[in-house]
Design a protein around this ligand. Sequence first.
Ligand SMILES: O=c1ccn([C@H]2C[C@H](O)[C@@H](COP(=O)(O)OP(=O)(O)OP(=O)(O)O)O2)c(=O)[nH]1
Ligand SMILES: [Mg+2]
Length: 149
Amino acid sequence: MRIDCRLLDARLRQFQPAYATGGSAGLDLRACIEAPLTLAANACSLLPTGLAIHLADPGYAALILPRSGLGHKHGIVLGNLVGLIDSDYQGQLMVSAWNRSSQPYTIEPLERIAQLVIVPVLQAQLNWVDDFEQPSARGAGGYGSTGRA
Ligand SMILES: O=c1ccn([C@H]2C[C@H](O)[C@@H](COP(=O)(O)OP(=O)(O)OP(=O)(O)O)O2)c(=O)[nH]1
Ligand SMILES: [Mg+2]
């Protein structure tokens, strides 16, 4: 599929988002900040990415996900856990960077801080009923109802 993308920060021309390998699922997003930003332990900051996309087709959405290295080694994940980008959103992609660790972490300008994954979605037709016609094996069971082993 093709999507329209806008570079909102001239610095990104040298770091135009691209899939790193033929099999990459995510496009890395960079922190388009002017100066290094130190996130204190447990601090959260909304960072511009210098990038806007317009998916246009309601059959797609994009997810902003943490990068595994940053998340695992340094505790830099997302303040909203996952960012959901609507197909009709045309604004700048923003990343809520959350330092869930107990150590400060300094984000450098244009550092790759998260990744964007485009996924198919379905907008369902909501058919309101008083009861579900077919009982299922699970019913209302959840939260560990099937045991641990
Ligand atoms: O990490 C994120 C999450 C969202 N967005 C943008 C794109 C998305 O389409 C829009 C709205 O996101 P969402 O629906 O999750 O936020 P909301 O709090 O429900 O805001 P709204 O009332 O605008 O829908 O904000 C981002 O740039 N980054
Ligand atoms: Mg919303």
